[in-house]
Design a binder for this molecule. Structure first.
Ligand code: BGC
Length: 419
């Protein structure tokens, strides 16, 4: 280290790793999304021409192929999880976030599939054997077909169904310490019910509000149910928070910021804060408010055309301080096929995470999104978020250069920056 460099030491026992979700990596799922993909693949391929910029169309011609939108065998992680966890270990990860696929555990109402439970038991042991702490999400957006047919989260009955499933799986996977009940409930309700662009494509403010209400109730009741199984479980949420920036602190911008923060960042959390042991933060977006929303400079963009603005995580973390709960960053990352910006992005983000820790925010882990390239919902396979690249034709795994740089940070629990 030369004297122009500075070492940022992260707290002891900090968790370092990456995240995935079942539907996006496992392959072979039969749920509301797998059905939706089959129905919508042609349409999505046809719409790509109007949706994306020329540079994106040139770089990712697969967006015009219906096959891109069908998750199919995805990364075949369901069968290759051991090989994948060997990679995570070789990259010095000591934590890993995954989700349980409800449709595998309970393919029919009230009938639990013991073989699938055994599968996840093996998944958890494989992580533990490698010294990797699992963070387990109970619901990352996909529903068993029978739940979909009952009306999904529009129906109050789904709350009870979900609790039964959550109780079953959490009493079987006793070695899991960290449970995340829901992944980004507000992204789901917005996309599926306010914009109506995701399964089940029901655009209605009333439904949107109702789904939100049911998800809040389900969170609280599931929290209590899991605690009654094991008081020591650490239970949280993976919450998508956005940095709303009140540009130049102009009064009108501040007013908009206050409104947006309260609606997007703090409303759900405010309702469940007494039923949380930690906050999982998923962070992707900066939204500059300057007499209107989304006035970002967009100096650097990722492959999806989203602004890359690593500074934003600092404000979001400081904004969560008021809950007085430990924070784990459960998702943060970018689509970057050529791995051009990822190393820089991770380092800049971690600099800001470190600053937030110094400013008193209790941050205990960082899980990059994503461990593997995967199936990015209605966009399909073309966006490449992975530390590990997947060749979908051969299922070959290739560690991206940035993953190796991140591995050094994980190993040493420190980040070396230029002063
Ligand atoms: C979701 C992931 C998704 C990622 C990138 C998050 O909102 O939880 O499933 O792949 O963003 O878009």
């Amino acid at each position: 280290m030369n004297n122009k460099e500075k070492t940022l030491n992260f707290p002891q026992n900090f968790y370092w790793g990456a995240s995935t979700s079942a539907h996006q990596v496992e392959g072979g799922n039969i749920n509301d999304w797998s059905e939706w993909e089959k129905k919508n693949a042609e349409r999505l391929a046809g719409e790509a021409n109007n949706k994306w910029q020329n540079w994106q169309k040139e770089k990712f011609p697969e967006m015009f192929e219906p096959q891109n939108y069908i998750s199919g065998i995805a990364c075949d992680h369901y069968n290759r999880y051991k090989e994948d966890f060997d990679i995570a270990k070789s990259l010095n990860h000591n934590a890993h976030r995954l989700s349980i696929e409800w449709s595998r555990i309970e393919p029919e109402e009230g009938k639990f599939n013991e073989k699938e439970i055994e599968h996840y038991r093996n998944v958890i042991s494989s992580l533990k054997e490698r010294g990797i702490e699992p963070f387990v999400t109970l619901w990352h957006w996909t529903l068993p077909l029978w739940v979909r047919d009952n009306g999904g989260w529009e129906n109050k009955k789904t709350i009870d169904n979900f609790i039964q499933y959550a109780k079953k799986i959490s009493s079987e996977l006793k070695d899991v310490k960290f449970w995340i009940i829901f992944n980004e409930p507000e992204i789901y309700s917005t996309k599926s019910y306010l914009q109506g662009s995701w399964s089940p494509n029901k655009k209605s403010i009333i439904k949107y509000l109702n789904v939100g209400k049911n998800l809040i109730k389900a969170h609280i009741e599931t929290y209590l149910a899991l605690k009654s199984i094991n008081q020591n479980y650490n239970i949280g949420i993976a919450k998508n928070n956005i940095h709303f920036e009140d540009y130049k602190k102009k009064p009108i911008n501040r007013l908009f910021k206050k409104f947006a923060d309260n609606w997007w960042n703090f409303r759900f959390l405010g309702k469940i804060e007494k039923h949380l042991d930690f906050i999982g933060l998923n962070h992707y977006f900066h939204n500059r408010i300057n007499y209107g929303f989304n006035k970002n400079e967009n100096k650097i963009l990722n492959d999806l055309g989203w602004e890359i603005y690593p500074k934003s995580i600092y404000s979001v973390l400081v904004g969560l301080k008021k809950y007085n709960l430990p924070i784990y960053i459960t998702e943060n990352g970018l689509a970057d096929k050529d791995d051009k910006n990822r190393e820089w992005f991770i380092k800049e983000t971690l600099k800001n995470v470190f600053m937030a820790i110094k400013d008193g925010v209790d941050i205990r882990g960082y899980l990059y999104w994503s461990f593997l390239d995967n199936h990015e919902w209605d966009k399909g396979f073309w966006p490449r978020f992975g530390l590990v690249e997947i060749d979908y034709k051969t299922q070959e795994r290739k560690i991206r250069p940035s993953a190796k740089v991140y591995a050094e940070i994980c190993k040493n629990n420190e980040l070396i920056i230029k002063n």
